[in-house]
Design a protein around this ligand. Structure first.
Ligand SMILES: [Zn+2]
Ligand SMILES: [Zn+2]
Length: 407
């Protein structure tokens, strides 16, 4: 036991230390994360800037200045927060970073996305130790609140003057594990729409056939949305080439209404989580929602809690120098890439929304997709291989020749 512990790669120990920080919602220990990152910045000899983009919400930026700092930079983004756990469903404490005999490290954030944060850091540690310098500057950004929508995190930061100062040319952010030998890369995302539909109706005594009730309208709304859900599911199930990112998902996630068993309510509300691929015409889609509301009865209104409207995707053509740099390095490492639309949402959507290219990539092959799930884990060998991947990617990405518009 002692022997195996003493043999652990120091990068794995740093990863496990980071997993132990409870940056978990609803009250993430962001101070703990900033302290940890501050120490790393000293170890690496890279300056770290802290920008409070909203009260209590700090973005940390570590910078490795290039030999030609007027060129656009490469951004390595990661979020520091993680989603809550159902501890009773876990094999081990979700914040203990237990490593089992096979080298699987268990913990919330092992896949989403504390692995990537430490892989960036450890790749840079190795490159610095080898005395390397690169033409383009590398910025590492560590952002809060991705898991609660990014409003007080990347969405605020992207509009901050400090973000403009970074002069970003290309960004890497998180992706997903892949259970096969291949690695998945994401060049776009589905748009999250969170909608609540309010169905007003005539109230009355629970013993009567009242006309125009909220519940009848609610039922029609639910039927329309869930029938559409079924059609989209069919489309995914019957297609050879579609992945989840290519169809629209609809899930009914909340229902509210009613005051007593025997009072017909004056209003009932239903909420849906919709994820819409970038190929869908969003105006048309909203018209469809309006039509469902109109068909379901009088007075129905809707409201969005989240309505992302940007549909930019990042080029994965070989004539794009960033993609070429990324994909040719992966090829040289004998990695097979599967290009997909990200089925959920990440901070990349804010980066792409301001017109910058961003690739979602977490180098985890031979790994089941367990983000947000019980017993999230990552094998230490897969983790260590990922460091090597970034160690190879960074010199190539930071040596992409100046493009037109760059001096
Ligand atoms: Zn994530
Ligand atoms: Zn997540």
């Amino acid at each position: 036991m002692l022997l195996s512990k003493s043999r652990e790669d120091p990068a794995v120990s740093v990863f496990r230390e980071y997993i132990r920080l409870k940056t978990v919602h609803p009250e993430p220990d962001y101070d703990g994360a900033l302290k940890f990152l501050g120490r790393i910045s000293e170890e690496l000899g890279l300056p770290m800037k802290k920008i409070e983009v909203c009260p209590g919400r700090v973005v940390a930026i570590m910078t490795w200045t290039g030999t030609n700092p007027s060129l656009k930079s490469v951004l390595l983004n990661s979020h520091t927060d993680v989603v809550p756990v159902y501890q009773e469903q876990w094999k081990y404490d979700a914040f203990a970073a237990v490593k089992d005999a096979e080298g699987n490290i268990y913990g919330r954030g092992t896949q989403d996305m504390k692995c990537v944060t430490i892989q960036y850091i450890e790749a840079i540690r190795r490159l610095k130790a080898a005395g390397k310098r690169f033409p383009r500057t590398i910025h590492l950004t560590f952002v809060p609140d991705e898991e609660v929508g990014g409003h007080k995190g990347m969405e605020s930061f992207i509009n901050h003057p400090e973000f403009k100062k970074l002069n970003v040319g290309f960004a890497l952010d998180e992706g997903l594990a892949n259970p096969t030998e291949a690695f998945t890369v994401f060049y776009g995302e589905r748009n999250p729409w969170w909608i609540t539909i309010r169905c007003p109706g005539s109230p009355g005594h629970g013993s009567r056939f009242v006309e125009n009730t909220a519940a009848e309208k609610l039922r029609r709304i639910i039927n329309s949305f869930l029938a559409f859900r079924e059609r989209e599911k069919q489309r995914l199930d019957t297609s050879e080439c579609f992945t989840l990112g290519d169809v629209t998902t609809v899930n009914m996630t909340m229902v509210h209404g009613g005051v007593a068993y025997n009072v017909i309510p004056a209003e009932m509300d239903v909420s849906f989580d919709l994820r819409i691929p970038p190929t869908v015409d969003l105006q048309e889609f909203e018209e469809q929602i309006k039509a469902w509301c109109a068909e379901a009865g009088e007075g129905i209104t809707y409201e969005f809690a989240q309505k992302f409207m940007q549909q930019n995707t990042t080029s994965t053509e070989d004539n794009n120098p960033w993609w070429k740099a990324f994909s040719s390095t992966c090829k040289a490492l004998n990695m097979t890439l599967e290009k997909e639309i990200f089925p959920a949402a990440t901070d990349s959507r804010f980066i792409r929304a301001v017109g910058l290219p961003a690739i979602g990539f977490s180098p985890m092959n031979r790994t089941p997709i367990l983000l947000h799930d019980h017993n999230e884990f990552l094998n230490e060998e897969v983790f260590l291989r990922g460091i090597t991947v970034y160690e190879r990617l960074l010199p190539v990405l930071t040596a992409v020749p100046a493009q037109s518009g760059e001096e």
